[in-house]
Design a protein around this ligand. Structure first.
Ligand code: GLU
Length: 475
């Protein structure tokens, strides 16, 4: 019988939820959903100095915001409680001692007491001889040096041999354990180091597939050796391509936002982030770019994950975000972008059409709601004289004042103004000063649209203000 699919994301709470961790979480989640498995959130808080509760909360909040739901792990309603029967889901709460003791008793692990100086000297010697750097304990005297209380460190005993494993993305990977040396696995019986804790956790949580970033590939041989020493069956491994900046170097802060929170604050929507992250390394094999969460869970497979680095392309995120923004009903958008109830829906719609992010919707709305404040020179069209511009504004004023309030709508306004603009010949001569009078901006929606939004009275007031501007000699 095939083992049930159980995947996990195991973030260390030493920083806010990183885009790379969120992408790994998404792939683990999608893989589990695709095969009706279970997705686990495990908090790797063994590094007590660097782990912080606020980072754990940020990770939980970030995954919740994205809609990546875990079946087991800290309960999002009450993180003091756990969902699932394979806990504890925080490393700091798990007892690793019996496993470490067993390895010591079976002579598979041992305490090493070599001093920092000895290790340094070994390293230097290896460097000099161009040998791989690793600690070979057998080259030194064993046992605690007489007359000291040296605490030592626990290391795994390594027999030089070649080991192979099949990475589900990268194919067969072979490594020589001689290159690893007798690597450390715990500070003492109670304090496991990263590789040891991960192996015990994955085994105790019956994790079937470890899907994680390529940066962990060098840990995999060590984890396989620890598994073997403990008599555990190793999970399957899949290493996801690294996230790169546009210059193809490893994604870092200098490329811009790297934490999910920063993207949220810049006004990206969770569904756009999910769609975007899914495409960081995976593709459906056709040109489809828009995927709902549901479609992803139906179509995701590790076979379609590529090997080469995935470039984080913000233009692509912007275009996905603008796609999802356009789908959003005006009232939802009002709530999400924090737009006042007094702003007419049409203004929200106009800002929505042009924006890539929620923040751009808010700033677009704010810009349109502002009273126009512009230099007189902006009213000018080509090299027409002031009198001509004034005459055009007066014509617009007249046309607009003749339209009835009941039919003061974009189409009607457009029809009447265009008739006149065609008569003038150069349409811009009539429409440019009018548009500036109504928006106060170099760029804005067309004057007919603005006129409908502002209504007849306000439209006429703004035209009047523009004419006055032309009459005053200063600005
Ligand atoms: N705590 C590790 C990290 O945050 C997880 C490694 C793993 O997935 O095995 O990178």
């Amino acid at each position: 019988m095939q083992k049930p699919i159980r995947t996990r994301i195991a973030p260390s709470p030493t920083g806010n939820l990183h885009l790379g961790t969120a992408r790994s979480a998404l792939f683990n989640y999608l893989f589990a959903k695709r095969y009706e498995g279970v997705f686990v959130l495990r908090v790797e808080d063994t590094d007590l100095e660097r782990s912080k509760k606020e980072y754990e909360q940020n990770i939980i909040d970030g995954l919740n915001w994205l809609g990546i739901k875990w079946d087991e792990g800290p309960d999002p309603q009450n993180p003091k409680k756990y969902l699932g029967d394979f806990g504890p889901y925080r490393q700091a709460e798990r007892d690793y001692q019996p496993h470490l003791q067993r390895l010591l008793d079976e002579n598979k692990a041992f305490f090493c007491y070599h001093s920092k100086e000895e290790l340094e000297a070994e390293k230097e010697n290896q460097l000099k001889n161009k040998e791989p750097q690793r600690h070979l304990c057998s080259h030194f005297a064993t046992g605690r040096p007489a007359g000291t209380n040296e605490p030592g460190i626990i290391r795994l005993k390594i027999d030089p041999q070649k080991i192979k494993f099949k990475d589900l993305i990268r194919g067969e990977i072979e490594f020589d354990t001689a290159l690893l040396g007798d690597f450390s696995i715990a500070k003492d019986q109670k304090t496991p180091l990263y590789n040891f804790a991960v192996v015990v956790d994955d085994a105790e949580m019956s994790i079937s597939h470890v899907i994680r970033g390529e940066d962990h590939i060098s840990n995999t041989p060590k984890q396989i050796l620890i598994c073997r020493a403990l008599g555990f069956e190793a999970p399957e491994f899949a290493h996801l391509p690294l996230l790169l900046g546009p210059d193809r170097s490893k994604l870092s802060k200098r490329h811009g936002a790297t934490s999910v929170w920063e993207f949220k604050e810049q006004g990206y929507l969770p569904q756009a982030m999910i769609n975007f992250m899914a495409l960081l390394g995976w593709s459906a094999g056709n040109n489809q770019e828009i995927f709902s969460f549901k479609e992803l869970a139906e179509e995701f497979s590790l076979e379609k994950v590529g090997k080469s680095g995935a470039v984080v392309n913000i233009e692509k995120l912007n275009s996905l975000n603008s796609y999802y923004l356009k789908q959003m009903p005006a009232e939802e958008l009002r709530a999400r972008a924090g737009i006042a109830a007094s702003v007419p829906p049409k203004i929200i719609f106009l800002a929505q059409e042009r924006a890539s992010t929620l923040n751009e919707v808010s700033s677009g709305v704010a810009a349109m709601m502002e009273e126009p404040n512009y230099e007189k020179s902006l009213l000018f069209w080509k090299d027409n004289p002031e009198e001509k511009i004034k005459e055009m504004l007066e014509i617009s004023q007249k046309i607009i004042s003749q339209i009835d309030e009941e039919v003061f709508l974009e189409d009607k306004i457009q029809e009447n103004l265009m008739e006149e603009a065609n008569k003038v010949g150069d349409r811009g001569l009539l429409l440019w000063p009018l548009r500036v009078a109504l928006s106060g901006k170099k760029q804005s929606p067309p004057p007919f649209v603005l006129a409908e939004i502002w209504g007849k009275e306000k439209t006429l007031t703004r035209i009047g203000q523009a004419i006055k501007k032309l009459e005053t000699s200063s600005q």
